[in-house]
Design a protein around this ligand. Structure first.
Ligand code: NUP
Length: 215
């Protein structure tokens, strides 16, 4: 993904019409559009191809299964036109290796969740986040997902992964995180959903976040 605005739209609306309207309105401000279960379950995987005409798509399926099932999921995601997939890491190195292998075959990207951004994200992830981050490096992932709600954790994770891997960071706005703070802490991109798609003017909301970050 090319870094221009440091902003990724989390498009968690559930219908095609709203999804395409919002994506069109903000496309000049975002480097990528992240889709997840809400939109894909609402409209089908075909929405990925439509959105990919506006910006590269990250498929946030938090893939977390045995290696063979992970392989099958990643193949479907990339065949559908996604540029990247988000996977979990707690399933272990063999599962992650399977996702990275498929991504390399397709020339696509893999981002691995380290510690989640919501309050419960510390309960189980906190003790293993650094180990997962190290595994992401060793497995040859493109980058990791780390919480904008805890910039200090982004700093910790940046120390582990060095500068070769990217950090994409959700939790800005609706979850309380600040885009500028987490970029200063070492994130490459912020991922923002509700603060943009629930705004009366998604384009203005996206522009304001870009201006705040001065990325
Ligand atoms: O740790 C994570 N936190 C998180 O919010 C990992 C994620 N993938 N996300 C996703 O980022 C979440 O599912 C949603 O799509 C987006 C944040 O949206 P919002 O809180 O800005 O509305």
């Amino acid at each position: 993904m090319e870094k221009k605005n440091c902003l990724i739209l989390a498009l968690d609306v559930t219908d095609r019409e709203n999804a395409l309207r919002i994506a069109n309105e903000v496309s000049e401000y975002v480097d990528s559009i992240k889709v997840g279960y809400p939109l894909v379950l609402g409209e089908g995987l075909g929405i990925v191809k439509e959105l990919a005409e506006l910006a590269p798509v990250i498929a946030d399926f938090k893939v977390a299964d045995i290696p063979n099932t992970d392989r099958l999921i990643c193949e479907q995601v990339f065949k559908a036109g996604a540029d990247a997939v988000i996977t979990h890491g707690f399933t272990g190195r063999d599962s992650l290796d399977s996702c990275v292998k498929v991504a390399k075959e397709y020339g696509r990207d893999v981002y691995v969740v380290t510690e989640m951004s919501h309050p419960g994200g510390v309960e189980f992830f906190r003790p293993v986040a650094e180990t997962i981050a190290k595994m992401a490096v060793d497995a040859g992932a493109t980058g990791v997902v780390a919480p904008a709600t805890r910039p200090e954790r982004v700093r910790d994770i940046r120390k582990i992964i060095g500068n070769d891997l990217h950090i994409i960071s959700p939790g800005v706005g609706a979850q309380g995180g600040s885009a500028a703070d987490v970029i200063n802490a070492g994130a490459d991109w912020v991922i923002v959903g509700r603060s943009i798609y629930n705004s009366d003017s998604p384009a203005d909301a996206a522009m304001k976040i870009c201006n705040d970050m001065k990325c």
